[in-house]
Design a protein around this ligand. Structure first.
Ligand SMILES: *[C@@H]1O[C@H](CO)[C@@H](O)[C@H](O)[C@H]1NC(C)=O
Ligand SMILES: *[C@@H]1O[C@H](CO)[C@@H](O)[C@H](O)[C@H]1NC(C)=O
Ligand SMILES: *[C@@H]1O[C@H](CO)[C@@H](O)[C@H](O)[C@H]1NC(C)=O
Ligand SMILES: *[C@@H]1O[C@H](CO)[C@@H](O)[C@H](O)[C@H]1NC(C)=O
Ligand SMILES: *[C@@H]1O[C@H](CO)[C@@H](O)[C@H](O)[C@H]1NC(C)=O
Ligand SMILES: *[C@@H]1O[C@H](CO)[C@@H](O)[C@H](O)[C@H]1NC(C)=O
Ligand SMILES: *[C@@H]1O[C@H](CO)[C@@H](O)[C@H](O)[C@H]1NC(C)=O
Ligand SMILES: *[C@@H]1O[C@H](CO)[C@@H](O)[C@H](O)[C@H]1NC(C)=O
Ligand SMILES: *[C@@H]1O[C@H](CO)[C@@H](O)[C@H](O)[C@H]1NC(C)=O
Ligand SMILES: *[C@@H]1O[C@H](CO)[C@@H](O)[C@H](O)[C@H]1NC(C)=O
Ligand SMILES: *[C@@H]1O[C@H](CO)[C@@H](O)[C@H](O)[C@H]1NC(C)=O
Ligand SMILES: *[C@@H]1O[C@H](CO)[C@@H](O)[C@H](O)[C@H]1NC(C)=O
Ligand SMILES: [Fe+2]
Length: 524
């Protein structure tokens, strides 16, 4: 993927005001005619061009194909043709155009059912052949392996990933940013999206438990002078446009990944509203609060509209907590932002520590009750592995404050994860890599990696975004390996019923920096 600046210079004519670094706030850029390549974050020449193709598993016989357009589509236009023979896409699934306040695009979610497990399908979204559109291939996906299938497979896990390029992680920083951990990208390094693309044949799907795009950093970036000192006036209009531009750009940037690999997401604090609960402009002594957010940029609205995770079709909480089975693995996503139950206030809720004023998405205790019944129903002789993804960590070498270490999340979830012998818990939120020992309520499991009873706990929020990385404190007693200077992602390989390997991959060159294999007897 090209850096945005040079891509824009090559492909675009600029019909509106453009700031020094190329981010448009007054109105979105429009692509030139017949470039045959869509530039991320721009409005395509043909407004019905299907963009942002993204897949999500439902189960081993169903898949969601989602995409966005810049114009509303009628019933026959909003369709996906697909089949097992690339020469004959003989099946059709339909979607409806849906939008929300401040969105400039329409979301579509087509549900493909009646599929065979572990089978290749080819698909094209309607209007792939549209006038003036970019070159869009017929994409291929593979359905989930059937529950109980013991064949080996790998997953990519990435947390805390924003846009790459001129309004995200690049080789420069805003003038107000500095310090050892506001690390810019080195010119010779691949970024995390590029590394995931280079490695695409090494995993089946991508799991992203929270902090997706960092569109809510538009305000912070403007204040920090990243778009040019004083070039952007922060107000409701510029924030609404800047947020949507970054959001659209992110979905465009990940399309080479999401069009062929299911992308399973969970909520993070940066999905909640337009400015992460508030941003201070200390130079001008202005504190921006959630009141600068237009209604479409609050309460996880963009997140809810863009994704369709497994679950009941009509339930708003489907993208917040859910589970599915992949062969011998039961995969669970939790919501650490809202709905912690037990009379706890989630950090992103009204009254929560982060002033995000969002949620709840279920009744009191709904998530924790769901978690208990979901784990109780797992037949470990069929899916011996149970792995859980939750945005915020509780075991991490960081200052013990609520915005960093989520002790309420530990209180809400850890007893249940231990009770049901969960094998692995992964988090992000802290922008660094830390592999802990298998842990149970601050106690290291005496078995270590050799058939521990407690879950292996890993934090990997090092994917990268505008702010760089976070500094960790000196390793705590339970921390086995930590790295706070390298952008990276994780690869999990389920070899068989007893062996699971975790790798920390450096985005710069896709090399493996840390590798560990967990052995579990799993004699259920
Ligand atoms: C694009 O094409 C349209 C008509 O097809 C024309 O009106 C417009 O001027 C063209 N724009 C550019 C930048 O070439
Ligand atoms: C998979 O999901 C589809 C769509 O919700 C549903 O129709 C089908 O019954 C499900 N299959 C199984 C095996 O659960
Ligand atoms: C949908 O729009 C297309 C033009 O893009 C038109 O040919 C078709 O008749 C429309 N279908 C319906 C059901 O309105
Ligand atoms: C969207 O928000 C704006 C600003 O508050 C409001 O004026 C408008 O009525 C809203 N539109 C919809 C469709 O809710
Ligand atoms: C931005 O410009 C103002 C006025 O010229 C100056 O006072 C301020 O220090 C600059 N800020 C940065 C971060 O360079
Ligand atoms: C809001 O900010 C934009 C972009 O900086 C600017 O063009 C516009 O005039 C501002 N609007 C108000 C009402 O200040
Ligand atoms: C902004 O917030 C900071 C601390 O949170 C406070 O010290 C400062 O007085 C506030 N500024 C304004 C203008 O409210
Ligand atoms: C929550 O608070 C209510 C009222 O104080 C109490 O009855 C209930 O037991 C509490 N629930 C939990 C799970 O702590
Ligand atoms: C957020 O959305 C959920 C689901 O629609 C709703 O129940 C909740 O009240 C909303 N929260 C706020 C603060 O608007
Ligand atoms: C953080 O706080 C928890 C709960 O009070 C405590 O158990 C833990 O030891 C603290 N961690 C550190 C590193 O101080
Ligand atoms: C962290 O480790 C370094 C090197 O061992 C040591 O010099 C420093 O004092 C430690 N800092 C703290 C806060 O323990
Ligand atoms: C499971 O996979 C591990 C790692 O590849 C291997 O060492 C082990 O022998 C395998 N176990 C069985 C029963 O195949
Ligand atoms: Fe976060």
């Amino acid at each position: 993927m090209q850096p945005l600046n040079s891509a824009r210079k090559m492909f675009l004519y600029l019909s509106f005001f453009v700031s020094a670094l190329g981010l448009v706030t007054a109105a979105p850029l429009r692509e030139a005619n017949f470039t045959y390549a869509h530039v991320p974050g721009t409005v395509p020449f043909n407004l019905k061009e299907p963009l942002q193709q993204r897949l999500a598993y439902v189960n081993s016989s169903a898949m969601h194909v989602s995409w966005n357009t810049y114009a509303s589509l009628n019933a026959s236009e909003a369709s996906v043709i697909y089949g097992t023979d690339p020469f004959n896409l003989d099946l059709t699934a339909y979607a409806t155009s849906m939008t929300y306040n401040t969105s400039r695009t329409w979301n579509h979610h087509a549900l493909l059912t009646g599929l065979q497990p572990k089978q290749d399908y080819w698909y094209r979204v309607a209007y792939t052949n549209c006038y003036g559109c970019s070159n869009i291939p017929t994409y291929k996906f593979t359905t989930l392996r059937e529950k109980g299938d013991t064949s080996a497979f790998s997953l990519a896990v990435v947390v805390d990933m924003g846009t790459m390029g001129a309004d995200g992680l690049s080789d420069s920083l805003g003038p107000l940013l500095g310090g050892s951990h506001h690390i810019p990208l080195k010119k010779e390094d691949s970024n995390t999206i590029q590394s995931l693309a280079q490695s695409i044949d090494t995993y089946d799907a991508i799991l992203h438990p929270g902090d997706i795009a960092y569109a809510d950093y538009f305000t912070k970036e403007s204040i920090n002078g990243y778009f040019g000192n004083g070039s952007i006036i922060v107000n409701m209009t510029s924030v609404a446009n800047g947020y949507e531009t970054i959001l659209e750009e992110y979905y465009d940037q990940i399309t080479p990944l999401t069009a062929t690999r299911p992308y399973m997401v969970g909520p993070g604090n940066h999905e909640a509203n337009c400015d992460n609960g508030g941003t201070s402009d200390s130079l001008n002594n202005i504190n921006y609060t959630v009141s600068i957010c237009t209604p479409g940029q609050t309460n996880f609205t963009g997140y809810i509209n863009h994704w369709r995770m497994p679950g009941n079709v009509d339930e708003v909480n489907r993208n917040f907590w859910y589970s599915y089975d992949a062969g011998m693995v039961h995969i669970v996503f939790l919501d650490t932002e809202t709905d912690l139950g037990g009379n706890l206030t989630g950090p992103d809720e009204i009254g929560g520590s982060e002033l995000e004023f969002s949620g709840p998405f279920g009744a009191a205790n709904e998530q924790v009750n769901w978690l208990k019944s979901d784990l109780a129903a797992v037949d470990r002789s069929v899916t011996p592995w149970v792995v859980v993804f939750a945005h915020r960590p509780w075991y991490v070498s960081a200052t013990n404050r609520s915005s960093t270490v989520c002790l309420d999340c530990q209180k809400a979830f850890e007893p249940t994860l231990i009770e049901y012998n969960v094998d692995l818990v992964m988090h992000g939120h802290v922008h660094a890599y830390q592999r802990n020992m298998p842990m149970k309520n601050y106690a290291i499991d005496p078995n270590g990696l050799n058939n521990p009873a407690a879950p292996l706990d890993i934090v990997n929020g090092a994917a990268g975004h505008y702010d760089g990385l976070d500094a960790l404190l000196n390793a705590t007693y339970y921390s086995a390996v930590q790295n706070d200077v390298t952008f990276g992602w994780s690869r999990l390989t389920f070899h068989n019923r007893t062996h699971l390997t975790h790798q920390f991959i450096a985005s710069a060159n896709s090399s493996v920096l840390d590798e560990v294999t967990l052995y579990k007897e799993h004699s259920f």
